[in-house]
Design a protein around this ligand. Structure first.
Ligand SMILES: Cc1cc2nc3c(=O)[nH]c(=O)nc-3n(C[C@H](O)[C@H](O)[C@H](O)COP(=O)(O)OP(=O)(O)OC[C@H]3O[C@@H](n4cnc5c(N)ncnc54)[C@H](O)[C@@H]3O)c2cc1C
Length: 373
């Protein structure tokens, strides 16, 4: 594929997650947009844990790309090497973008995100089968160990307790408190209160002496011990930590902007450091410590608008300003809490349920994909 015409340049977007779809769509009228994504469907992974405890949600959170672009196209492939003006795909095909957008996000241990290390799981059918099998294993386990008491561990504990209140759920974390360093102590205290109110166990401030002998998500009874000497016996466990930015395919000048931790350095205009026509946003970029679908959604109009301004030669480039730390953490469909920049009070459970817990924001993303809801 060659460069687009000056009047209608080619914009290649790598990754069809929250960030990629929200850059690709608004540029479809102006440019030849090519979105590269290895999975069959968009995965609304914000609701992935709900689908684990209730696989009836699977159909609602794997959404086709068919309605996303009118003129542009979605290629089911994976970038294996990307320089500013040449992208090599796993199939061997090459793309020559005028503008390149890095939106390859991050990996997270299954079931929070689909396991992309396994190329077979890029098929929706195989990914659904894996969730259903893990659901069956979880349903049969009386005791569940969650390693990591950050947002994913807390949310998973809440989902499990909402469906199976009688299951024993224990969260273990090396950190001395839930949720991680960036958030308010009163939010952590409220989340702890709700979790213990549901009967979930919290073992904080001490790592395990040795990890569980079984693979995560596989049935099998085991006992582990924390350095502090607490023992936990469980029938299944899940890894609830470990965000890994997907940036290993960057080459040449782009590799120079890849930090040692894998995140991509960007300017306030969200251009990749040292590049004029390459942008990065969402989880893969270092633009914001708030890694969220919400942050990707706030960055996307900046990237799409800046590419539009560069193509048309009209208007100034906009800058992205990261907001103060903000998060909502559901605990089941009706519980949870959050903090919002500029708000003194915590976000109460009722609001968290309205924003996320009840419908898991499914309609919003179906709409962004051009699907009727
Ligand atoms: C369980 C869970 C709950 C969450 N809840 C919330 C929430 O309530 N609110 C919130 O704001 N955030 C939430 N998040 C965080 C949110 O999911 C991420 O921040 C979001 O996925 C980031 O979007 P992204 O588009 O940058 O990356 P991703 O969603 O990771 O998308 C990247 C896409 O790129 C594709 N890709 C990867 N490598 C390549 C390659 N080499 N070539 C081409 N394509 C590639 C992937 O297949 C993927 O589709 C949650 C995360 C988890 C795990």
């Amino acid at each position: 594929m060659t460069h687009g015409s000056p009047a209608r340049p080619t914009v290649v977007v790598l990754g069809g997650g929250y960030a990629g779809i929200q850059v690709a769509r608004p540029l479809d009228d102006l440019a030849d947009v090519v979105l590269v994504e290895p999975k069959d469907d968009f995965v609304h992974n914000v609701a992935a844990l709900r689908a684990l405890v209730d696989p009836g949600w699977l159909e609602r959170i794997y959404l086709p790309y068919t309605g996303l672009l009118g003129r542009g196209r979605v290629i089911r492939d994976r970038a294996v090497k990307a320089d500013a003006d040449r992208v090599v795909l796993a199939s061997g095909a090459e793309l020559f973008p005028d503008y390149l957008v890095l939106a390859t996000g991050s990996g997270y241990p299954f079931p929070a995100k689909p396991d992309l290390a396994d190329p077979d799981l890029t098929s929706t059918e195989a990914a659904h089968a894996k969730v259903r099998n893990t659901h069956a294993a979880l349903a049969g386990a009386d005791r569940v160990l969650l390693l990591g008491a950050g947002p994913v561990g807390i949310e998973l504990a809440g989902e499990i307790k909402a469906v199976w209140p009688g299951k024993q759920v224990t969260l273990v974390d090396v950190a001395g408190d839930v949720l991680g360093e960036r958030y308010r102590p009163d939010l952590k205290a409220e989340l702890r209160r709700q979790l213990t109110g549901l009967g979930a166990g919290l073992l904080l401030g001490s790592p395990l002496r040795a990890g569980p002998p079984t693979a995560p998500g596989e049935p099998g009874t085991f006992t582990v011990t924390t350095q502090a000497g607490d023992e936990v016996t469980a029938d299944i466990w899940f890894r609830c930590y470990g965000v890994v930015p997907a940036s290993d395919y960057l080459a040449g000048g782009l590799a120079a902007a890849r930090r040692p931790d894998g995140f991509v350095e960007v300017t306030p205009e969200l251009r990749v450091a040292g590049q004029d026509q390459v942008f990065a946003l969402g989880d893969v970029s270092a633009a914001d410590q708030n890694k969220g679908a919400g942050a990707a959604g706030r960055q996307a109009p900046v990237v799409a608008g800046n590419i539009r301004a560069l193509i048309t030669g009209e208007g100034e480039l906009a800058q992205y300003e990261p907001p103060a730390a903000s998060i909502i953490v559901p605990i089941g469909p009706d519980g949870g809490a959050g903090q919002r920049a500029g708000l003194e009070d915590l976000v109460p459970a009722e609001t968290v349920a309205e924003l996320k817990g009840r419908d898991m924001m499914v309609h919003r993303f179906a709409e962004l994909l051009g699907l009727s809801t």
